[in-house]
Design a protein around this ligand. Structure first.
Ligand SMILES: Cc1ncc(COP(=O)(O)O)c(C=O)c1O
Ligand SMILES: N[C@@H](CCCC[NH3+])C(=O)O
Length: 422
């Protein structure tokens, strides 16, 4: 069931009319459906079908505290990439023992924070990072659990900016140097090897790149075991795509069944490893819509624009990746003419658009809703053009929770200081 649906010509979020939310909380506005979020988490949990697995939600996709709180109440773990994300998941009630720390540039301060919190493991992305973790853990009298993020050099068939598993991408260490790094780590006093990890990209719509990566890494895992290095888990990353228009990505159980099938002979030989997944987008994207108001329409010598009150600062995906995101009207509007519009924002950039060449029936004052906006939209928002970050609400049946208040103008400069006058 789709929890964002039309009823009598009007869009609803669960049991609440979206227009009512837009009028009450102001636009632009992010609206999330609790039931959709929970359903997606459940789909991942059930995909393990009783096998030993751990879902670690990738916080970067949507780091709203209430959303993290809801997710941690489902007893899942988290994939974090910064000290800020660690602070957030702890504030949201996460179990630190289910937190994994990815990212190519971990600072000493972040490593200290993570060791203090007692995370499940660091996904180490370079030789220098390994040295740094060993050093910091030694200084603190601790042993850091580590996994290496291996770059298997496979093509994820996705947008180049969100492909992470090719050798020209900055992520992970090459398969070719992995055995030597594991052997180096095995001799270190302040690290303990617990796993192996890959994450090859985001918005993957096929299973085959995951299987290519697993194939590439099975040989390495056998070499590790032959060298006496045992693992507790294998982390196959996140990246499962969602439907923005016509994509038909695999479901979590299809992905995991295919992964387990490919791993069967390995697990027969070395024993079963826990499988970890790091989904972000597939949990939150379609649990959210982004609602904005048409301020004006305009016709530049035949080119029509719908100028809305949301900018690239609020949702940068269309501008940054040329991402297509579906835009629908909040109320069906049979009396307005059907026209081809570029839906553009108020930010002073030609690249400030939410959608191009969209067939819409709109008039000034109408609300539009953008589907699939739960992931990498609010999370990537900025205050460019001194635009306050907008509000976010979570709908639970007929209840509405404000999970982020709209920023005020004063919030914009709250951390800035005027010069002292002499
Ligand atoms: C290390 C890591 N894990 C997980 C994810 C989550 O990816 P997605 O939101 O595509 O599931 C990302 C983002 O691509 C990532 O960089
Ligand atoms: N921000 C990207 C996804 C990046 C995934 C993080 N490695 C998007 O909006 O599609």
């Amino acid at each position: 069931m789709d929890f964002f649906r039309y009823q009598d010509g009007e869009l609803y979020a669960e049991s609440v009319p979206v227009k009512q939310l837009a009028q009450t909380y102001g636009t632009p506005l992010y609206i999330y459906s609790k039931a959709t979020l929970l359903r997606h988490v459940q789909a991942f949990k059930e995909a393990f079908a009783g096998r030993d697995g751990l879902v670690c939600y990738a916080v970067k996709a949507n780091s709203n505290l209430a959303i993290l709180q809801l997710l941690s109440q489902q007893n899942i773990g988290f994939d974090i990439v910064s000290g800020g994300e660690l602070a957030r998941v702890i504030a949201a009630g996460a179990d630190p023992h289910k937190v994994i720390f990815s990212g190519v540039g971990k600072t000493e301060e972040e490593i200290e924070m993570a060791l203090e919190a007692g995370i499940l493991c660091f996904n180490v992305e370079s030789a220098m990072e390994l040295d740094r973790i060993n050093l910091v853990a030694g200084r603190m009298g601790k042993v850091a659990p580590i996994s290496f993020r291996i770059n298997p050099n496979v093509d994820a068939h996705t947008h180049p900016y969100i492909s992470t598993g090719l050798k020209e991408n900055k992520f992970g260490i090459p398969v070719e140097s992995a055995l030597a790094e594991y052997q180096r780590a095995a001799k270190m006093e302040h690290v303990e090897i617990v796993g192996l990890d890959f994450h090859i990209g985001s918005q993957l719509t096929e299973i085959s790149p995951y299987i290519d990566a697993i194939k590439a890494l099975k040989k390495l895992i056998r070499q590790l075991y032959a060298a006496g290095i045992k693992l507790h888990h294998l982390d196959i990353g996140g990246g499962l795509g969602v439907t923005y228009s016509v994509e038909a990505p695999p479901l979590p159980n299809e992905l995991l069944n295919a992964a387990y099938a490919e791993l069967e002979d390995l697990f027969d030989d070395v024993g079963t490893l826990q499988v970890v997944v790091e989904p972000g987008r597939s949990i939150v994207a379609n649990a959210g819509i982004f609602v904005y108001k048409v301020e004006f329409t305009k016709d530049n010598l035949g080119k029509k624009f719908a100028i809305v009150d949301a900018g690239m600062n609020d949702n940068i995906r269309p501008s940054l990746y040329g991402a297509f995101m579906n835009i629908i009207t909040v109320e069906e509007n049979p009396e307005a003419d059907l026209e081809l519009y570029d839906v553009v924002g108020p930010v002073c950039e030609t690249g400030d658009f939410q959608g191009k060449n969209r067939q819409l029936r709109v008039r000034p004052g109408d609300f539009l809703a953008m589907r699939g906006s739960g992931a990498y939209c609010s999370a990537m928002a900025s205050q460019y053009n001194s635009r306050p970050k907008c509000a976010e609400v979570l709908v639970d049946g007929d209840k509405v929770h404000v999970i982020r208040e709209r920023e005020t103008y004063e919030d914009l400069w709250a951390k800035e200081k005027l010069l002292e006058q002499e």
